[in-house]
Write a new protein. Structure first.
Length: 417
């Protein structure tokens, strides 16, 4: 197991670390955000380390990550940092890589057969993702928050003390994850009838208490969900169901990567009465969302920055509705129904699936529906879930998933360099 984890991390390091040492720059995505949002925020905290409430908001999230980077910069004698600050970028990389390592270790723990190497296969898409590669190379909260998310998920199986530390730290770094604090309650609601709802809701209240206090302090100070400044000017408030259309379409796309790993359960799922009911319900939800929410390509409305919006840009549209988004939302709905049905067959509904549902629900609080917002958390949660069953998958299915990940990693490396 250690050799497998070390080997996967070594490949990831071989793709990402040289880009840091060579100071490779790209003009879009996470790299552009690092220059426009994250570096100004870090540099502000280098000069004003005590102003954690009234600071100008360059990045649209709580200040945990930026304050930590500023603290490290001060400790290493750096009065200002930029993309050429190799030492701080390597520290950032180490934090990101640590989270990925914890994710791999958790997948091994969840595997039904720890002696088999099959558990690593569902985790490869996360390691290969363009958004993981970018996020490890350039400053940003994406993978640092994901590392804390992994700690919380690990501590919820069953719920242990580290969850109560990871939860407030997670929202202090990236409060987009706030809904996942309700994971124990959703587990109970989706799990078997024997689950004790009262205990689950008490666990949820305990887990969510401190993160809620942290968020409320900032909501009161900001008078909103983002800090005043550049961040508030670029992030409109409201509920944007277009995010759910995008999420279902995205899950419809990645279902072809993950579902083959559990293909032996697809026929029983479709024959089962509960499976059919779940499928019809999710298909109805997907169709309703497509009818009420715009799904055409529109940069001004935040509908860009995803391979799905690129497809929508070139596919036929019906008013503001994209045929491509509908075509992928429907298999996405079936995939979600399958995940719920499959998860309910465990003694405890898997926390990674409950947390993913909650995270996706929270995405509708921002009008920016970028692929980078959903992909790493989705690849993490789906990878963990399918690591449970990968030992029972066919060799062909495992080869398919590994091949997709290898092609994706190669593409990511080409884009980076």
């Amino acid at each position: 197991m250690r050799a497998i984890v070390a080997g996967v991390l070594l490949v990831f390091a071989g793709v990402t670390v040289p880009a840091i040492l060579l100071n490779t720059q790209i003009g879009s995505g996470v790299a552009a955000d690092a220059i426009q949002f994250h570096l100004p925020q870090i540099n502000y905290f280098i000069a004003h380390p005590g102003n954690l409430l009234g600071y100008p908001g360059y990045a649209p999230t709580l200040p945990g990550y930026h304050w930590l980077m500023a603290l490290i910069a001060n400790l290493t004698g750096q009065q200002t940092v930029g993309n050429a600050s190799i030492v701080l970028r390597l520290v950032h990389w180490a934090l990101c890589a640590s989270g990925l390592m914890l994710a791999l270790l958790l997948a091994h723990r969840l595997s039904r057969d720890a002696s088999s190497a099959s558990w690593i296969i569902p985790m490869l898409p996360l390691m290969a993702s363009w958004f993981s590669v970018q996020a490890a190379v350039y400053f940003g909260t994406d993978l640092v928050a994901l590392a804390l998310f992994v700690v919380m998920l690990a501590a919820l199986q069953p719920q242990r003390a580290p969850a109560y530390v990871a939860a407030p730290a997670l929202v202090f770094v990236r409060h987009m994850f706030a809904p996942v604090m309700l994971t124990p309650a959703v587990q109970a609601l989706l799990g078997a009838p024997r689950n004790d709802l009262a205990k689950a809701f008490l666990r949820t209240a305990a887990l969510a208490a401190l993160p809620t206090v942290v968020i409320l302090i900032y909501v009161v100070a900001w008078r909103g969900l983002v800090p005043p400044g550049t961040a508030s000017q670029m992030n409109r408030g409201g509920v944007f169901p277009q995010a759910w259309v995008h999420a279902l379409a995205y899950l419809g796309l990645v279902a072809f990567i993950f579902a083959p790993l559990d293909a032996r359960k697809l026929a029983p799922f479709l024959r089962d009465r509960e499976g059919r009911v779940l499928t019809l319900a999710m298909l109805a939800i997907a169709l309703l969302l497509w009818l009420v929410a715009p799904s055409n390509y529109d940069m001004n409305q935040g509908r860009w920055g995803s391979v799905l919006w690129s497809l929508a840009r070139h596919a036929p549209v019906f008013g503001p509705r994209s045929s491509a988004m509908l075509a992928l939302s429907l298999p996405g709905a079936v995939f979600v129904a399958f995940l719920i049905w499959r998860g309910r067959r465990y003694g405890q509904f898997p926390p990674e699936l409950a947390a993913l549902a909650l995270y996706v629900a929270g995405l509708a609080l921002t009008n920016a529906t970028y692929q980078r917002y959903i992909e790493p958390p989705a690849f993490l949660c789906l990878g963990l879930f399918f690591a449970r069953v990968a030992v029972e998958s066919s060799r062909t299915a495992r080869l398919w998933t590994a091949l997709v990940a290898a092609v994706y990693l190669g593409t990511s490396a080409l884009r980076l360099y």
